[in-house]
Write a protein that binds this ligand. Structure first.
Ligand code: AQP
Length: 346
């Protein structure tokens, strides 16, 4: 082992992830994130937060934000997260995230942040009007992960670059403060079906909460009729489905619908094509609509039931916040010591 290769991290394995309360949750969030959270909680200690600090990097109506947080919590629970297994909490209820983020802001380099493509996409043509928070968002994300010394981060493909940045920040912190292996270098768990669900209106854009067209996404709270209608209206082409995936390379909308079908059935797109090769979208879309309604309908129903009892959601979030604070505070105390901040007797 050379000086450049730190010894492997030997601390416990932990999962950390979150979703922003910035709009209606959709199929991409469900397949790219929520389904993975529910699976991982049975395997590894799991922390799942509602990313309200991230949400305010864009304007959020103050009178609605707390309910938006409850809605994400309801989606977590309806997707199978169990508060007895996973720690579920609002990010803003654990101050250590923001405190560590400040320290990591002083570790991360401007040049690293300048390369983040999500900032470029989200700030659009007028980046000087974007909030400073939107720019440093990936550093807060690094703090979210590292405050729990999380080793695995289940996210959609769009977050891969931010995870790379987290690794760079962790490595630089460990190096600068002479604390080899203090922070683990977390891994992005992006693999699996549904890692990148695309818009139903444009196969080259990801399905997103902030897309102005509601027809571009299947929301978890859409009823069965809305799901069927959106799939009926989804952009496609006139050609029948081919036998192999590589024949879909220049048909992004068709590829997306086949990918969604596969992810919802936990099959590969190739297996789906074996079943549907030669058939047109007139035959494929009703099957997809039935499948999507069967998978998402019960999640939406359960969310509605949970949202009818906000006090119960609040109890889950408050208990989770207490557990999360207890897990985060020792790391923050160690960070302060490593950085050399004042403390009694230090
Ligand atoms: N289209 C997608 N396909 C697969 N995974 C996706 N995720 C988001 N969109 C897709 C994953 O969902 C998790 C939570 O995302 P987020 O809400 O924290 O932020 P985001 O990635 O910015 O999600 P949106 O829907 O695109 O929101 P807006 O429009 O507000 O930016 C993440 O793991 C993400 O990868």
């Amino acid at each position: 082992m050379t000086d450049q290769t730190p010894a492997p991290y030997t601390g416990s394995q932990r999962v950390l992830s979150g979703v922003q309360p910035s709009g209606a949750l959709h199929l991409g969030n469900y397949l790219g994130a929520l389904v993975k959270f529910a699976r991982l909680q049975h395997e590894i200690e799991t922390f799942i937060f509602v990313a309200d600090l991230h949400a305010i990097t864009a304007w959020q109506e103050p009178a609605k934000l707390a309910d938006q947080v409850r809605e994400i919590a309801a989606a977590y629970l309806a997707s199978g997260l169990d508060p007895a297994k996973a720690t579920i909490f609002p990010q803003s209820a654990v101050g250590a995230h923001a405190e560590l983020a400040w320290v990591l802001n002083c570790v991360a380099r401007l040049g690293w942040l300048d390369r983040m493509t999500q900032f470029k996409e989200k700030s659009g043509q007028h980046k000087e009007r974007a909030s400073v928070g939107l720019y440093t968002y990936p550093v807060l994300q690094a703090a979210d992960i590292l405050i729990y010394k999380a080793t695995q981060v289940p996210v959609g493909e769009d977050q891969r670059q931010h995870l790379e940045l987290t690794r760079d920040i962790a490595q630089k912190f460990n190096h600068d403060f002479g604390a080899e292996n203090f922070f683990p270098l977390p891994e992005a768990l992006t693999q699996g079906p549904g890692a990148r669900v695309m818009s139903l209106r444009d196969g080259s854009a990801k399905m997103s909460k902030s897309d102005p067209s509601d027809n571009s996404r299947l929301n978890l709270l859409d009823g069965v009729d809305a799901i069927a209608q959106k799939i009926r209206k989804a952009k496609t082409d006139a050609a029948p489905l081919p036998e192999t995936i590589h024949e879909l390379a220049d048909r992004p909308e068709a590829l997306n619908l086949v990918g969604i079908y596969a992810a919802l059935e936990d099959r590969t797109p190739a297996e789906v094509l074996v079943e549907f090769a030669g058939q047109g979208f007139g035959a494929f879309k009703p099957k997809l609509a039935d499948l999507a309604a069967a998978r998402l309908g019960p999640v939406g129903d359960e969310m509605r039931r949970l949202l009818g009892d906000p006090a119960e959601i609040d109890r889950v979030l408050a208990a989770g916040a207490e557990r999360a604070r207890a897990a985060a505070e020792p790391t923050l105390a160690e960070v302060k010591q490593l950085v050399g901040f004042w403390g009694p007797g230090r």
